[in-house]
Design a binder for this molecule. Sequence first.
Ligand SMILES: Nc1nc2c(ncn2[C@@H]2O[C@H](COP(=O)(O)OP(=O)(O)OP(=O)(O)O)[C@@H](O)[C@H]2O)c(=O)[nH]1
Length: 956
Amino acid sequence: MTFSPLLRVMRIIPALPRSLVGRVFTVFSLTLLLSMGTGLGLFYRYQFLQHIEETQDTALTLVEVATQTIEDSVVIGDYDTVKRTLGKMLFQSPFKRAEFIDVGGGTIRVDAPRVTRALAPRWLTARIAAKLYDVNRIANVGGKDYGVVRLQFDEEKLAAQVWSLVLETAGVAFVVFVASLVLMRTLVRRWLDNLGRLRSFEHDVAAGRVTAEAALLADAPTEIQEAIRAVNRSAASLRDQFGQRIDSLMNSLMQHKSAMDQAAIVCEADAAGAITGVNDLFVTSSGFTRPDVVGQRLADVGRPAGARLPWQPSDRVWNGEVVIAGRHGRRHWYRTIVPMFAAPGTVERYICIDIDITERKEFERTIVENAQRQTLIAELGRKALAANGLDDLFADAADAAARGLGAACAALFETGPDGMRVRAGAGRLAQSTGLQLAGPHGDAHVAAHGTDAALRPWFAPLAALHGIDTGIDTAIVCGERTFGLLGVYAARPRRFGADDANFLHGVANIVATAVERQEARNRLTYLAQYDPLTSLPNRRRLAHSLEDAIAAAARAQGRAAVMFIDLDRFKNVNDMLGHGIGDQLLVQAAKRLSACARADDVVARLGGDEFALVLPALDDDGIAAGIGARVIEALAQPFYLAGQQLFVSASVGIATYPENGRDAETLLKNADTAMYGAKNGGRNNYQFYVAEMHENATQRLQTETQLRQALERGEFLLHYQPKLDLATGTISGFEALLRWNHPQRGLVPPLEFIAILEDTGLILPVGEWVIGEVCRQLKAWQAQGMAVRPVAINLSARQLQQADLAGAVERIVARAGVDPALLEFELTESMLMANPEAAVEILARIKALGMRLSVDDFGTGYSSLAYLKRFPLDALKIDRTFVRDLPDDPDDAAITKAVIRLAHSLSLKVVAEGVENVDQLRELEQYGCDQIQGYYVSRPVPAQACEALLAGTAMA
Ligand SMILES: Nc1nc2c(ncn2[C@@H]2O[C@H](COP(=O)(O)OP(=O)(O)OP(=O)(O)O)[C@@H](O)[C@H]2O)c(=O)[nH]1
């Protein structure tokens, strides 16, 4: 074992008491005990050895004295004296036995009386016994030994004496030891009491007495004084530091509190959950006053949202949404209640922090609501696209409107002439579908309704019946017209917002679109069978009617007919008065046709100015002829349009079943052909179909085709008819007349192709060719050195309507390099009067180019003298019909004279057409006519013959 004693001591240290007093006391006691023990031990040892030595010496002295005393007695054998002397030696001696052993072996023995003594420990007795030895002294008298005196120590007595000494000194030492300890403990306690005062200093600090100082006793040891002063100094220093820190913390705390008061709604409740105070934001946000809420249970101010249980005082933090029914309405707060502990497990109060999330909740609610509404709108839109009828869609729309606004009921009303009709209802109004409300009608009454307006007066009966308090509605607007209303109604007072109105508007728009689509579909169906302008059946429907009529006639073995009606020269109406007037005329013509028809007849518009009449159950042709005549008569009556009187005749073709065809298509085609026959027959008449007509029509088609190529092929040519000046007897000019030199047929009469040129519009390019050709001819004549005369060119009505007639004329004449004064244009009276204002303008432009102008066929139309004056004319041509019977017909003579006078009064030259004999010439000469034209002067001749004509008249 290698433990050193020091280590052993060190191991004892942890076993020492924990308190300083205990430790000091223990160490002091041990030290004192050790030093006293050591001192006493050394003292005892010394005393013990001293005592043994002294006792031994005393015994030797005693035995010496006793031996001397008894030597005489021994010599004499006075043994009593010996005995007495031995006895005396034992009195109060440390011996227990004294003996005199004579040389003969006799022994005188005296034992000390046995006294009861305090017992000493055996070891002490043994130890003393080991140290002392018996004392022997030879009694020698005179050199003779008489015996030996022996003393035996009483070791017990000696041990008792020593032990008694030990006990006495140990007792004294113990008393001193105890007294020392008491004194030491008292003093150490007193001194350490100063440290104990630190605890009360600590309590003071803990109790918030931050200025407290640890007190000191006057006699406190220097070290403790130093230590406590150091503590006080540290405390003061810490106080200073913490004071500043606390100030800054307090400041920061106040700022935090202020910020918290600004940002959050805060209230405090006591441990029982009763509100003890609220901040300003609480008051402003909830609308409650402090007296309203202070003292209330916190659990009663704000109901937890959802199915959560109300807050109960607890030592746990509580979070959750609450709804406050405050003075400003329902508010949503996010609440956190934090318990404040006075001691662990003991709640002192609660801090409740609320964040107002009303806007966020409202926003969330709006988003959810809008999403739901979008879904409803999308769903309704999908249904609207798929819907075949409107009734189901109306019901879906009312349902969607009520659901979208979370209302008790909704209804969709249609405005009608008698008021409002419930087309569909949802909720309480579902049963009201079909109900007619005697209310207003028309757009003005169903204009958009405000969000919080009162119920409409006409809705009052339904409101009363179903307990409806308030509502919102919006108009269902289809294009320009209001179809009806979509209304949503609530049983309790409610304010509808702009979002509600927008949603309702969205639903109404879908309904409006569906209604428009349905109407468009209906219209398409209608348009597939009816003519939108006149509302008459169209070509397709006519075909069905005709097929039905044919089938019925076939069954009855009877007859039927179809009439093809085409207005004459309708194009002119359009061109001159505009399409709008043309339309009006078509509408009126349709009405007139319908008036002509019998009950079972079907009047249809085939397109353009073409109409048809199906005549079923036709007994004989006379009926068809009668209706044809009625139609001609009806359409020949003047039309009054745009403040003027218009005359439009019609050409009618009739085809009958079964003679002219057994199917609808053939019959209609043949009626068309018959109509062309009527056109060719001078228009304004009706004709029954005959087989030749088909050939005529084919012929006309052929001619039309050939005419289209005639210009390119150079088949047109001009003949010139001279005009004779009656005053000079010379040729004053020519009229250029168009001729068609057909490769097979030779020269085709103008009557056979001019009309076709006009009908087909070919007259425009051909007309320009005529002007160019006249210019070319004039130049050729001039080149030949001929004294050229002005040449008149006929303008057709189509040319007059040409966009830039004057411009075209100017370009052609300029290109040819002809003197414009050599050109004259003839226009018919009816052409000028069809649109006199336009004619005035065109004529003025041509006149400005330096060309002459004259009116052809004067007297056959209806000239207005006022216009005649405004036209920049040079001459009038009296129509041949007035000249033909001169001089015999007095009426013609009178008219001719009047025309000549009129012309002269307007400073116009007069040319009489169709003069065929000298009588007519003389008569006209008498009337003062300026020029004549006709066979009497010359037939129209080719250009090369003109020179001879000029030479001839010059000679005459
Ligand atoms: N105002 C109006 N005009 C139409 C309509 N449809 C076609 N037209 C015109 O009607 C005219 C029909 O002309 P046509 O029948 O070919 O010729 P027209 O002038 O009547 O002469 P004829 O039939 O030969 O006597 C054309 O000018 C078309 O442009 C319509 O709906 N309204």
